[in-house]
Write a protein that binds this ligand. Structure first.
Ligand code: 3PG
Ligand code: MG
Length: 400
């Protein structure tokens, strides 16, 4: 194994062993109902592969951000139920993460145990050594399949693999490979389509992508900060004032490199971002006392045409408030164009929870080359950063 290669399941001896599997089962929920089980489904192949190889599993994950205390609404039991349905076998959901009861369950021979929400313990996010050691004591080996959490240097992501023979699960390995393909030798034209609320979340990605893309398309609320930096009037649209100077620098860097930056030329302007608000499509500059909530049809057509001409596409973030039907047209147009590009043989990657939700809403999750289960994790990888959960596996190999 070379220093930088990721240890895989085949590198790990799991037969008859207790294996701790860190998954990202942080699924969107409405009350106790799971509204999207993409992440649970994505975890199944690795769990099945481990079971086939004779392992007993202690599956673990966080859910939400309980910040070190027990929050009943964030218990993992409903996730355990869904996991059991998908695995077609019993999953024993525990009410605890570590300690005697967890130890007994993991030692009992039960094939699949789901530990309680890792973030109920303050030691998880702090990567506390005692918590990491207690968690590690539940297994003989460790598999990280939690791509969506691998940018967090938490106990279950870095502390445990420092203490046990470890490997990457199939989802983690696939995500890293598919996303890194965008950074290493992408086919041109390579076009990045960014949207969503905040430009501040995406400045790192934009900086790294400017070295690689031929054009950058920006929609969503974040476009209004770019438009402001270009000196345009965006009415009451959401603008991150404290980022305008930085964004101006980014636009200048793009110009210097000859990278085309496409911004909306028309928008849906509404009196408020709420459903049912009075709204109309206007050319940019006529937003007046209203706010932009979606890109307009002219922008959609322009963006779609550009996307269809690409050989490689990265799409992260919706073009408007797509959860509201009246403001979903821009995001839909982008989704359709990305699907068309895929059909035409282009390599297309979609990342971020909101873009995934938009694709799901449109029944198009299978219409792209790769739909990432990672939000923050996919952005950090595309920023060119080493994800702590991946770096530790590369460093530790399947040791100790
Ligand atoms: C996600 O939803 O992006 C991951 O599960 C990570 O969650 P976090 O941002 O709360 O760490
Ligand atoms: Mg998140």
């Amino acid at each position: 194994m070379t220093e930088s290669s990721l240890p895989r399941l085949d590198d790990l001896d799991v037969d008859g062993k207790r294996v701790i599997v860190r998954c990202d089962l942080n699924v969107p929920m409405k009350g106790r109902e799971i509204t999207d089980d993409l992440r649970i489904r994505a975890s199944i192949p690795t769990l099945e592969a481990l079971l086939e190889r004779g392992a007993r599993l202690a599956v673990c994950s966080h859910l939400g951000r309980p910040k070190g205390t027990v929050v009943d609404e964030l218990r993992l039991a409903p996730v355990g139920t869904r996991l059991g349905e998908l695995l077609d076998r019993e999953v024993r959901s525990l009410g605890v993460t570590i300690g005697d009861e967890a130890q007994k369950s993991c030692d009992s021979g039960t094939p699949v145990v789901l530990l309680e929400n890792l973030r109920f313990d303050p030691g998880e996010e702090k990567n506390d050594p005692d918590f990491a050691a207690a968690l590690a004591s539940l297994g003989d080996a460790y598999v990280n399949d939690a791509f969506g959490s691998s940018h967090r240097a938490h106990a279950s992501v870095v502390g445990v693999p420092e203490r046990l023979p470890s490997a990457a699960g199939m989802l983690l390995a696939e995500e890293v490979e598919k996303l890194e393909r965008l950074l290493h030798d992408p086919e041109h034209p390579f076009i990045a389509v960014l949207g969503g609320a905040k430009v501040s979340d995406k400045l790192g990605v934009i900086a790294n992508l400017l070295q690689r893309v031929d054009a950058l398309i920006v929609g969503g609320a974040m476009a209004f900060t770019l438009l402001t930096a270009r000196g345009l009037d965006v009415g009451r649209s959401r603008v991150e004032e404290d980022r305008v100077d930085e964004v101006r620098g980014v636009l200048e860097a793009a110009d210097e490199r000859g990278i085309e930056v496409l911004l909306p030329t028309d928008v849906v302007a509404a009196e408020s971002p709420d459903e049912g608000a009075v709204h109309e499509t206007v050319p940019l500059g006529r937003i007046g006392d209203r706010m932009g909530v979606d890109i307009g049809p002219e922008s959609s057509a322009l963006f779609a045409q550009k996307i269809r001409s690409a050989r490689t596409v990265l799409w992260n973030g919706p073009m408007g408030i797509f959860e509201i039907a009246d403001y979903a047209a821009g995001t839909e147009a982008v989704a359709v164009a990305v699907a068309d590009a895929t059909k035409g043989g282009s390599y297309t990657v979609v990342g971020g929870g909101d873009s995934a939700a938009a694709l799901k809403q449109l029944g198009m999750t299978d219409s792209v080359s790769h739909l990432s289960t990672g939000g923050g994790a996919s952005l950090e990888l595309l920023e060119g950063r080493d994800l702590p959960g991946v770096a530790v596996l590369r460093r530790e190999g399947s040791g100790p």
